[in-house]
Design a protein around this ligand. Structure first.
Ligand SMILES: Nc1ncnc2c1ncn2[C@@H]1O[C@H](COP(=O)(O)OP(=O)(O)O)[C@@H](O)[C@H]1O
Ligand SMILES: O=C(OP(=O)(O)O)[C@H](O)COP(=O)(O)O
Ligand SMILES: [Mg+2]
Length: 394
């Protein structure tokens, strides 16, 4: 990588603003998957061992610029403290005088976690005043938040223009591993895209069609395509204004000779809950008042076959609402197919996809688990990641 890293700067006694991606799955105030916290530890420990005063910043969820009590980072600070085996201080804000006062008390090797940076409207707008307010807290900026590197926000991009700005060890490793897998991809090369961030992720398909041999669509993303085919999708997830785009992509896949797979059956539910009534239906037969919350067994079998016959698979986004037992089978089947495909290089990306693979105890059977979902997709498309571009060149 042509960007400076933590290894290229003097850190002793320095206040270091380190952006991490602690956007972890939570339930009832508890962290339910700590993959992203563990992934940031090498950088945090490197900084503390060098004698830096470590100021960590992250977003959690999408509070849209105001304080949402359930999205405070307090439970994350607690878990991080246990994993690091040392006290982690927690601020209730992300900048300003109260935070500066806390930073004054930090000794070399101490760690402070700031409050959710998305509690401030300036964060996602990449507001330069907020970026300066973050920069005032520190002497050096480190970006280790690969999972948020596709966002040009105040704490991922703006701040880098006001301080010496370098990458963390996770950021460096992610770019290196993904770069190697994609530079000369082994074929057949398959991308699997699912999950719930339809608006964010549907756009990547255009560029992916130039690169992959097989494109598999699942999860909440699938139903905009099912709708584009002219079928009823009931209450399933839909991005109304992306239907035409979905049609274009299906046409383009055909022109390019890319095999395009979408669900042939689905598990539908009359409620988004574990208590829901469910049934398996053909994809053309989703009942009007029901919601498709997982791919069906026939789809899972087809997808597993494609995986078995691929040499490189990049997977981002669960096939269904795997957090609920009734809707976990599709995601589990895909994860198992990847685990069993010994000749296949498998890259799983995304906070929730990584959590799913961890939940099924299959994480160590994957070639690489990336902390970035949207970020790894944009990287794979060949897009520059703003959080990386803003760092200092070597
Ligand atoms: N059919 C579906 N309907 C609604 N939500 C879904 C569906 N399939 C998957 N999901 C949800 O998608 C979420 C993850 O989406 P996303 O954040 O895009 O993935 P990742 O974090 O892996 O990048 C999960 O919480 C899961 O419950
Ligand atoms: O969880 C994340 O992405 P992912 O769901 O694609 O893995 C990142 O933290 C980015 O979050 P955002 O999509 O709300 O900007
Ligand atoms: Mg996610």
């Amino acid at each position: 990588m042509n960007k400076k890293s933590v290894k290229d700067v003097e850190l002793k006694g320095k206040r270091v603003f380190c952006r991490v991606d602690f956007n972890v799955p939570m339930k009832d105030g508890q962290v339910t998957d700590e993959t992203r916290i563990r992934a940031a530890i090498p950088t945090i420990e490197y900084l503390t061992k060098q004698g830096a005063k470590v100021i960590l910043a992250s977003h959690l969820g999408r509070p849209k610029g105001s304080v949402v009590e359930e999205l405070r980072l307090t439970p994350v600070a607690k878990r991080l403290s246990e994993l690091l085996g040392k006290d982690v201080k927690k601020a209730d804000e992300a900048y300003g005088d109260s935070v500066k006062a806390m930073i004054e008390t930090l000794g070399e090797g101490d760690v402070l976690l700031l409050e959710n940076v998305r509690f401030y409207p300036g964060e996602e707008k990449n507001d330069s005043e907020l970026a300066k307010a973050f920069a005032e807290l520190a002497d050096v900026y480190v970006n280790d938040a690969f999972g948020a590197a596709h966002r040009a926000h105040a704490s991922t991009e703006g701040i880098a223009h006001h301080l010496p700005a370098v990458s963390g060890l996770l950021m460096e490793k992610e770019l290196d591993v993904l770069g190697k897998a994609l530079s000369n991809p082994e074929r057949p090369f398959t991308a699997i895209i699912g999950g719930a961030k339809v608006k964010d992720k549907i756009g990547v398909i255009e560029n992916l069609l130039e690169k992959v041999d097989n494109l598999i669509i699942g999860g909440g993303l699938a139903y905009t395509f099912v709708k584009a085919k002219g079928h009823e999708i009931g209450k399933s997830l839909l991005e109304e204004d992306k239907i035409d785009l979905a049609k274009t992509f299906m046409q383009k896949a055909e022109e390019k000779g890319v095999n395009f797979y979408m669900p042939v059956d689905a598990i539908v539910a009359d409620d988004f809950s574990e208590e829901a009534n469910i049934k398996t239906v053909a994809i053309e037969e989703i009942p009007a008042d029901w919601e498709a919350l997982d791919i069906g067994p026939k789809t899972a079998e087809i997808y597993s076959d494609v995986i078995q016959n691929s040499k490189l698979v990049i997977w981002n986004g669960p096939m269904g609402v795997f957090e609920l037992k009734k809707f976990a089978n599709g995601t589990r089947a895909v994860a198992e197919a990847l685990a069993e495909a010994n000749d296949t290089y498998s890259v799983i990306g995304g906070g929730d996809s990584a959590a799913a693979v961890e939940k099924f105890h299959l994480a160590d059977r994957m070639s690489h688990i990336s902390t970035g979902g949207g970020a790894s997709l944009e990287f794979m498309e060949g897009k520059a990641l703003p959080g990386v571009v803003a760092l200092n060149d070597k």
